[in-house]
Design a protein around this ligand. Structure first.
Ligand code: PEP
Ligand code: MG
Length: 883
């Protein structure tokens, strides 16, 4: 097997670059080399090597040594420099690069190849002694941290002391001699902390760095990032070794990052930041505040320092030309890293840029209009899960705002919450159900669990491409970065801004679309659903086969669902209506009655209320199917809590509190989810289902009588295990329907069907379909009962199950295709065999999960049903599944 692929100087071993093999960075370096762009020469060690490295317990095959030597020889041939040569040394960077980008999660080593001899050669060839010794000390510092894993604080402290001794405040004041002295101290530190001298052999340095990069694939932060982003652990990372180019060789050198379109808004304008006389990491780390790339952006921000377009017009023009070439070549917005070394432009990286949902949408629609991609590609480009960001409320423009300060609009959307100052507290408070805003000077990869737990992120430092900004955009969290007006005291947990002080727990609102930071909570408004969103949805609907319905039980939810394009209600959970404060007493009376007569008295009070619920829903959903599920939950969920509630119910029912309490004790169940619930309620208390059926049909006739389109009720029986249960329940529904139609001299069409949410029901679907006219897969219960894990408690151990690879994803979020999925396939097949036109849908939470929707498409279901806000996500996911 070949493990090394070279690129640059007219060579591109990888052809157009296979990103699975070379990783995203390696594939695109190869791709850029192939189309003749200026890429520093280098080579990529494949992701297969990473996988093998772990399988073989951290060892390399013998064949790798000559391959790597060949890669180094390739770089030497093109640069004319020799690795380890004292007179004119070659320096390289060693970087990670997985299939999917994992910004900042893995290791990088720069300036590799420097030692006590080559540093002198570098000083001579560059004509800059200060630069050479600065590079050497940067290298020792980075290598000690990343490869030797020594305490990096010790190195920073040594630098601080060196500056203090000289009375300097900035690194730029350090002279060549100062850096040289610091290098000696750094080497002594390595000897002390590592018990060995700093490696002088450049080949030892190289292999150390390669192993460190492979090793960082399994670092804690990389694992957390993979879990949050569903990146499989077996992918592995590639290692890219490349000739160093320097953006810190004086005023004609620079380094920067750029996007070919604005990653926040999607606007078709170059967007980026650069720094003169700096190394690449300086921009990303947010240490110096970068300057604008374009004149237009600088003017818009009212910033002083010259943009690159003004300061380096010729190089900028060359760069802009490269942007065009890359966007046309990759047919997508590119995120680029570049360096200018003494006036010469070098491309260090290009990749499809991360973007906000808003930008993704705008770019996809714009690019289709520009003819760069097709409408179908546009549909495929937008991540359905990311649409979530667009569908949620933004700040009410008319609401008063107590604006404290303004930072950079790093990731759009608005959020309010309690202030917390560290990631662990953010996570803890979020677990307790608090909305929190994580406030940091700047974030680092160690903070990602807290960023994930927070509703929004605010940082005092860092630009639009800082860690906080990039990660927040990826997660869809609103973020304001670089809010220079705030100062944070991490010790006393106080945030100071404009003479005011806020402490941990105070409420803060941030608007990631404008950069505003506000005290207190600001009300929000619903998003705009026309424009690009509407256009993309039209394109998605053209290719989609699956219908999309909503899980909704109030007229308001139904309205939202219809606006989002729902084509019916797939699940109306009638018990939610029972919890209404005005009727819970009657519901309790019904449950606690110990005779049919007592229950009927209470049910008579509920009938008009249910009828009214259904009539309103039928009005909103006119002409569309509405699946109404009869009562499902274990009765104990409705029991009174506490003395006052018992007294109230006793009064309404005309019995003593003691009698009621005895009855409540009788209803207690050890395992309520497997208990007296679902159709078992209908079997034991048929009068409940009778009342509900009557309410449905009377409501349907009321709505029909008002003219307009007649509703299409689909009456659904929950938790059926046997055909006989369904037969009994259907008989009740049919009888009540006939009675109501007879009474009113008018009728509507309706269906009676069942949920498939028990393994026995899936197995016996052939028999059940003889009675039921439709199936709706209740995958919440079906997952619970198939795997035998509680949907209410499993959270405590499921993350570990996912970490250990027992499940690829939480089976309550994304269908366990192999297990639960097989039951669904089998039930669909057996049901269709009995009743070829049986309607099949899914109404568990999985109905809004893109991966599960792809499974539903493959299984040939007729529709998916999701909560109203996820209806557009489901429409898009269904379209992508059909492509
Ligand atoms: C299900 O079990 O998947 C379902 C939709 O019903 P519920 O969540 O109400 O139990
Ligand atoms: Mg269920």
């Amino acid at each position: 097997t070949r493990y090394v692929y070279r690129f640059g100087g007219g060579v591109d071993d990888g052809g157009q670059g296979d990103r699975n093999l070379l990783g995203g960075k390696g594939a695109n370096l190869d791709g850029m080399a192939a189309i003749g762009l200026p890429v520093p020469p280098g080579f990529t060690i494949t992701t297969e090597m990473c996988t093998r490295y772990y399988v073989d317990g951290g060892k390399y095959p013998e064949s790798l040594t000559p391959e790597v030597a060949g890669g180094i020889a390739h770089i030497e041939g093109i640069t004319g420099k020799r690795f380890g040569n004292a007179a004119d040394p070659l320096l390289v960077s060693v970087r990670s690069g997985a299939r999917a980008s994992m910004p900042g999660m893995m290791d990088t080593v720069l300036n590799l190849g420097l030692n006590d001899e080559t540093v002198i050669g570098l000083a001579t060839t560059s004509g800059d002694e200060r630069f050479a010794w600065d590079s050497y000390r940067r290298f020792i510092q980075m290598y000690s941290d990343v490869v030797l894993e020594l305490d990096h604080g010790a190195f920073e402290e040594a630098l601080e002391i060196a500056k203090e001794d000289q009375g300097y405040s900035l690194d730029t004041e350090m002279t060549a001699a100062d850096w040289k002295a610091l290098v000696a101290e750094y080497k002594a530190l390595v000897q002390k902390l590592w018990n060995k001298p700093f490696p002088q052999d450049v080949h030892d340095q190289l292999w150390g760095a390669i192993s460190a990069v492979f090793g960082s694939w399994q670092s804690e932060r990389a694992k957390v990032y993979r879990r949050l982003n569903n990146i499989p652990g077996e992918w592995g990372t590639a290692v890219n070794v490349q000739a160093m180019v320097f953006g810190n060789m004086g005023e004609t050198s620079a380094t920067g990052v750029a996007f070919t379109r604005d990653p926040s808004t999607g606007e078709n304008a170059y967007y980026g930041e650069y720094l003169i006389n700096a190394q690449g990491e300086d921009v990303v780390a947010g240490i110096r505040t970068p300057q604008y790339l374009t004149l237009a952006a600088r003017e818009r921000a009212g910033a002083k320092p010259l943009s690159m377009e003004e300061a380096m017009p010729e190089t900028y023009a060359e760069l802009a030309n490269v942007f065009q070439i890359l966007e046309t070549h990759y047919r997508d917005m590119q995120d680029i890293e570049f360096t200018v070394q003494q006036g010469k432009l070098w491309m260090l990286q290009t990749r499809s840029g991360k973007r906000t949902a808003k930008a993704a949408l705008k770019m996809a629609v714009d690019m289709a209009h520009e003819g760069l991609i097709t409408e179908e590609e546009a549909v495929a480009r937008v991540d359905p899960a990311a649409l979530d960001q667009l569908l949620h409320p933004t700040l009410d423009p008319k609401a008063p705002r107590d604006v404290l300060t303004k930072g950079l609009p790093a990731s759009p959307g608005a959020a309010s919450g309690l202030i917390v100052f560290d990631a662990d507290t953010a996570e803890r408070r979020a677990e307790l159900g608090d909305a929190v805003i994580l406030v940091r000077v700047e974030t680092s990869p160690e903070d990602i669990h807290g960023m994930h737990a927070a509703k929004g992120i605010l940082t005092a430092r860092g630009g639009m491409t800082s860690h906080a900004a990039v990660v927040a955009r990826g997660m869809g969290r609103p973020c304001v970065s670089g809010a220079g007006g705030i100062s944070i005291d991490g010790k006393t947990k106080i945030l100071r801004v404009g003479g005011r002080e806020l402490k941990e727990g105070d409420i803060l609102t941030i608007d990631g679309s404008t950069g505003e930071v506000m005290a207190g909570e600001v009300p929000t408004v619903q998003p705009e659903l026309a424009g690009d969103f509407g256009t993309l949805m039209v394109w998605a609907d053209k290719v989609r086969r699956l219908k999309v319905r909503a899980n909704a039980e109030t007229p308001q939810d139904c309205k939202v669902a219809r606006e989002f394009g729902a084509e019916g209600v797939g699940l109306c959970r009638t018990e939610h209506m029972f919890f209404d404060a005005a009727r819970i007493t009657a519901v309790r009376e019904m449950i606690l009655a110990d005779s049919e007569k007592g229950r009927r008295v209470a049910l008579d009070k509920l009938l008009p209320e249910q009828r009214d619920d259904f009539a309103q829903i039928f009005m909103v959903m006119a002409g569309l199917p509405v699946t109404i599920r009869l009562l499902d939950p274990p009765l104990h969920e409705f029991l009174p809590h506490g003395e006052a509630e018992f007294e109230e119910v006793a009064k309404g029912a005309g019995v003593s509190v003691d009698t009621l309490k005895r009855r409540a004790a009788e209803l207690h169940e050890f395992n309520p989810m497997l208990g007296h619930r679902g159709c078992r309620l209908g079997v034991t208390y048929p009068e409940i289902y009778e009342m509900q059926a009557r309410a449905i049909f009377e409501a349907a006739l009321i709505v029909k009588a008002r003219g307009g389109e007649a509703p299409i009720p689909e009456v659904m029986i929950p938790l059926v295990a046997t055909a006989k249960e369904l037969e009994l329940m259907k008989a009740i529904v049919d009888r009540v329907a006939a009675e109501v139609f007879e009474e009113q001299g008018e009728r509507v069409d309706y269906l009676v069907g069942t949920m498939i949410e028990l393994p026995r029901a899936a197995l016996k679907a052939g028999e059940i379909a003889e009675v039921g006219e439709f199936f709706s897969f209740g995958t919440n219960d079906l997952t619970q009962t198939t795997i035998g894990i509680s949907r209410d408690d499993a959270g405590r151990f499921l993350t570990q199950y996912v970490d250990k690879g027992i499940f690829a994803r939480d089976p309550f979020v994304s269908i366990d295709v192999e297990g639960v999925g097989e039951l669904i396939e089998l039930a669909a097949e057996r049901g269709r065999k009995t009743r070829p036109d049986i309607k099949l849908g899914i109404c568990g939470e999985h109905g809004g999960d893109p991966a599960s929707i792809a499974f539903c498409e493959a299984t040939g279901l007729d529709y998916v049903s999701a909560s109203p806000y996820r209806v557009p996500i489901a429409r898009l996911a269904a379209a992508q599944a059909a492509l």
